[in-house]
Design a protein around this ligand. Structure first.
Ligand code: AMP
Ligand code: MG
Length: 521
């Protein structure tokens, strides 16, 4: 197994001089050297051939002992020196101080085909940032992260990727429901891949300590290696960087809203400066369209991270990043101008995204009203988001509202809930929709084809992930394989997999892991 190693981060940024692996506050350093804990009996559950290929690795490499050893943390790849990043963050709106990679260990950077990747193990043991926790991850949460990151990638949503999923062979103690009933679970390790794992929180850490020297080193490093298109110098350089992060974050949120993804823990330490989805914890997929839904049990009370609030939270987090970068800019006005443009930009992109979901190829002013009325209509009875939008693509120009309703009615969880008033509203809306699509010259087939590119047929529904977890716990990984393959083509019709184009089954409504998740992972 041959990797083209690059060690930019550890050679160019200040290291923690202390190399002991004991929880502590780390000052004036962007990272601490730390080695993964040797797993007692590592075994490979799944690896992504595509991700491996992008790193220059073959299927043969995946099956090698080297691969098993390196990506389980059993051996250190030659000429690399693993490290954990220091960062801070705002959690649930509150300043949390130093956090850092408590259970993530960066192995190295790799260059292949002129693209730079960072490889990181999650769940490979404690680091100086583990605080009171153990540094490990359990199989269930590792499966969820592994599968979802890849599913998101194939949906076209910016995300970290998954290279491999391994069992460590060790047991990890978790109180899954936080109810005083801890139990041992299988430990697992995911190797994640991203340009870097730098978060908003990395900048917040140094700003909070008024360590402007390290702050600037980190910003300069980040821009030099990850934003080479920025040619400006001085204040303009940092503003251009901030502007780019605002835009990519905005784009990412639009994608989340398009596919019905709810992150669940949008703390600033879980926001990548690349505008990619990172840290798959108690995330969930909207099944019935409810913009107030949050999958995270810790978020139940205030629902800060509910589906409909994700754009506002992204903006709130960007304010924290602006505050952190302020010492490099020393002027609030230009930062405020960029932040002020977020909401306007979001409205515009959101409208465009929804027009695409509805199949409008030309855009007209009244679309906003039509979309707004749909968003009021969808939650009146439980309506499956994925099925609704996918089936709407079957509606044709000639369809009366009654025929159109028949085509979308599979999306309703309980058709009996549709009383006369609600039916009337659907009729009115479908009538307007018919008028609207009749204004366009495109054929029904053309519209459907375009809609199918943005309205996925298959997403990783919460219960699907849970079924694969239940089987994997018993040593059966066939469902992980099946879902992995299914979710590689989320927009394609896959007649043999029709069973996954279905509403959440009733048994999954209140089952742990299927509707609500705790942070315990
Ligand atoms: P999260 O909410 O999962 O993004 O984690 C927040 C912080 O807690 C990060 O600094 C993590 O590294 C840390 N953390 C989460 N789980 C563990 C664990 N099992 N061991 C050590 N640190 C952890
Ligand atoms: Mg995190």
């Amino acid at each position: 197994m041959k990797l083209h190693i690059q060690n930019n981060f550890i050679t160019e940024l200040p290291a923690d001089p202390n190399e002991t692996n004991i929880p502590r506050q780390v000052q004036q350093a962007c990272f601490s050297y730390v080695e993964p804990k040797k797993p007692s009996n590592p075994s490979l559950i799944h690896a992504s051939e595509e991700v491996a290929n992008s790193l220059g690795l073959s299927q043969e490499d995946i099956l090698s002992v080297d691969f098993l050893n390196v990506f389980s943390g059993n051996t250190i790849y030659p000429e690399t020196k693993p490290y954990a990043l220091s960062y801070a963050g705002h959690q649930f709106g509150n300043w949390a101080g130093q956090l850092g990679d408590g259970r993530a260990i960066n192995l190295t950077e790799v260059v292949h085909d002129n693209i730079l990747y960072t490889l990181q193990l999650k769940g490979a043991g404690p680091t100086p940032y583990s605080r009171t926790a153990d540094g490990f991850a359990v199989l269930r949460s590792s499966i969820r992260e592994y599968l979802c990151a890849e599913a998101m990638y194939y949906l076209g949503v910016p995300t970290t990727r998954s290279l491999s999923l391994m069992l460590s062979g060790d047991q990890v103690l978790r109180d899954m429901l936080y109810n005083g009933n801890p139990a041992y679970e299988k430990g697992a390790i995911v190797c994640r891949v991203a340009p870097s794992f730098i978060r908003f929180g990395n900048f917040e850490l140094f700003a909070s300590r008024k360590d402007h020297t390290t702050l600037q080193l980190l910003a300069d490093y980040t821009i030099k290696h990850h934003f080479p298109e920025i040619k400006a110098e001085g204040v303009e350089k940092y503003l251009a960087f901030f502007q780019t992060v605002v835009q990519t974050t905005l784009d990412m949120i639009i994608h989340w809203q398009r596919v019905g993804f709810v992150h669940g823990v949008m703390n600033t330490d879980n926001m990548s400066i690349h505008g990619i989805t990172i840290d798959y914890g108690p995330y969930g997929w909207l099944e019935d369209y409810d913009s107030n839904w949050t999958p995270n049990t810790t978020d139940m009370q205030y629902k800060r991270y509910r589906f409909g609030n994700q754009p506002q939270i992204a903006l709130w987090n960007l304010y924290q990043l602006a505050n952190a970068l302020y010492p490099l800019i020393n002027e609030a006005k230009p930062l405020e101008t960029i932040l002020d443009a977020f909401s306007v930009g979001y409205e515009k992109e959101y409208l465009n995204m929804m027009q695409n979901k509805l199949g409008f190829m030309t855009k007209v002013d009244t679309d906003a009203v039509l979309i707004e009325s749909l968003l009021e209509l969808l939650p009146l009875v439980e309506t499956d988001m994925t099925i609704f939008f996918r089936n709407l693509g079957n509606v044709q120009k000639a369809d009366t509202p009654v025929i159109a309703l028949d085509k979308i009615k599979d999306a309703f969880y309980n058709e009996k809930d549709l009383d006369e008033t609600i039916l009337d509203k659907w009729n009115t809306w479908l009538e307007s929709y018919r008028n609207r699509i009749n204004e366009e010259s495109f054929s029904d087939a053309e519209r459907k084809e375009e809609m199918n590119k943005v309205n996925p047929k298959y997403v990783l529904r919460n219960y699907m992930a849970q079924l694969s977890i239940d089987a994997a716990d018993k040593g059966d990984y066939s469902l992980i394989n099946e879902l992995y393959e299914l979710l590689k083509k989320p927009y394609e019709e896959q007649p043999d997999s029709q069973k996954w184009f279905a509403k959440r089954p009733d048994w999954a409504r209140d089952k742990v892991g299927c509707s609500m998740l705790s942070c315990s992972s």
